[in-house]
Design a protein around this ligand. Sequence first.
Ligand SMILES: Cc1ncc(C[n+]2csc(CCOP(=O)(O)OP(=O)(O)O)c2C)c(N)n1
Length: 377
Amino acid sequence: MTAPERECDEPTVQLLTPDGLLQPTAAAEEYAPLVAGIKEEVLRQFYRDMTFSRRVDITGANLQRQGQLALWPPSFGQEAAQVGSARAARAQDHLFPSYREHIVGMIRGLDPVRLFALMRGVTLGGWDPRETGNFHLYTLVLASQNLHATGYAMGLQFDGETATGDPDRDAAVIVYYGDGATSQGDANEALVFASSYQCPQVFFVQNNQWAISVPVSRQSRHPLAHRGGGFGMPGVRIDGNDVLASYLVTRRYLDAARAGEGPSLIEAMTYRMGAHTTADDPTKYRTDSEVELWSARDPIVRYKTWLSGRGASAAFFAEVEEEAEDMAADLRRRTQELVAPPRSVIFAHVYQDPHPLMVEQAAWLDAFEHSFEEGSA
Ligand SMILES: Cc1ncc(C[n+]2csc(CCOP(=O)(O)OP(=O)(O)O)c2C)c(N)n1
């Protein structure tokens, strides 16, 4: 059974229809009046962010095909879910990604060349979250970030960094994970602890319908949003391709978390338009008609239609395109200039003090590398 066949009548918060009309669903009624309160510059920024996100994806995929990156995990199609939720976070909040939240990191100030360095394999790790707006490290170990995030949220609580009543200081945590990751033990343990301790945390599930080749219908027999209720916290399904829904619903639950009202779970219904990664061929397991169905729900197209209807000019859209192209050109240039570190770096962070076996291995590697030099036997 393919993913769309499993779509059901679960109430879904949607403000913008796929045609770009502001027509809130019943579940979105309480959010509809809030749209008018979002400043025009913020609305424009959502569009800029989503355009940048897609441009970064195209750049990453192309560079991988040219042999400049080892791998690229695209977020193509998931722009609205990511941008809306990231823009809902405050400066003091902490964001824990999986491996696909490129624009979330960029919104928090991460230079995308750091992501490309990771995918090029010229760095062993990530970044210092204190320098990236509390955007924590990527992880390929599904749902490991959920435990890190809940641990962090518990820490904020124990340290009195939340629920003090000062909105400029109170902090919350948001963790991003996929529909496949919801089946991991870690994801469920994190929900238990977050609920028991009433942590200031939002669990943001991007239900992009597929866990590589496994459809969400195999992961869960009921909407993932219901998992929230099962753990004693609110669970809400949103149209993840609607940036307004993503922004307003995440803002509401992050505000609640900071105010001491505990955790919540948001299921953002979206679709991975591209491959799982550049190492995957989705035509092997999903149909063209399914992809077409979701293409018609493109998050950027609908938002552009809505913004145009509100008066955004062709000049604005052209300017954003140009900015995105400049960003991509700069990114391509800097990626190709990245230099691989010496192989000995693999020993750098294993032990604090020299370890005899490691010293021996490092010497072996050194001799091995020298054996390729001219004149070596
Ligand atoms: C603990 C663990 N088990 C298995 C894998 C292999 N794996 C990598 S991605 C993936 C599917 C993840 O799907 P989902 O959580 O829906 O996220 P998406 O990639 O669709 O964003 C799997 C099984 C892994 N990385 N980590």
